[in-house]
Write a protein that binds this ligand. Sequence first.
Ligand SMILES: Nc1ncnc2c1ncn2[C@@H]1O[C@H](COP(=O)(O)OP(=O)(O)OP(=O)(O)O)[C@@H](O)[C@H]1O
Length: 252
Amino acid sequence: MTAQGEELISVSGLSSGYGAVPVVRSVDLTVRTGEIFAVVGGNGAGKTTLLSTISGLLRPTSGSVRFAGTDITGWSPERIVAHGLVHVPEGRRLFTGLTVAEHLRLGLWNAPNRRKVERERTERVVDLFPVLGERMDAYAEVLSGGEQQMLAIGQALMREPRMMLLDEPSIGLAPVIIQRVFAVVDRLRAQNLTVILVEQRVGQALALADRGLVMRHGRVEATGTAAGLAEDPALRAAYLGKAAAGGRRNEE
Ligand SMILES: Nc1ncnc2c1ncn2[C@@H]1O[C@H](COP(=O)(O)OP(=O)(O)OP(=O)(O)O)[C@@H](O)[C@H]1O
């Protein structure tokens, strides 16, 4: 177990891609326990590929990932999950024909103590997302987009992870629902869960995060505190839209 503020994950020189096509190029990052770390950047910058490489879905072509004091480079996704690092992919990836309760149970599918902990962990997920408690017998496909996102996060939380990789949770959601999902991520941080958050909504992600990085063409373009990144004039102009860049100019 790592204490709050201690380094939980350290990614060094990580590169990966698809076949012979390199996408992630020599990325370095470290995240401390209890932090929300935002990864932002334009379409196709390599954010999803970076998360998939950290979670073992893609093998790195070089570099290393050290998590909770152990080198997990090249481990299978199942082994990485068992070590406390879960990945909530973009698009939620729920199963048609399975209910909310079945999805939550599935989150524990290969957990050694699943029968013992299922009830208590389900209660914790429902405490975070009360709407799931009201819809336990509903099939995933009839849930709203927001409920599906909550279920995807809830399923990952059934493992009581130390770290969550959260890919584009806001996609396709109404602003009020995005706020609700982000509020839960904030609450999870207060419970010492560490999060790497990939987001297209750069302003909102940086407002929530402690630190972060900007990716461009698979490389780290900038890294630092979320507040520092949000105030950087070049980054504001590139990723926060004309209005934000204009606002900055007006302030100066
Ligand atoms: N399965 C795949 N096979 C081949 N190329 C892929 C695959 N997935 C992504 N790519 C390519 O890798 C590059 C990076 O994609 P990635 O999805 O990691 O970027 P991203 O920053 O997450 O973008 P977005 O925000 O649009 O999801 C893109 O050029 C994309 O076309």
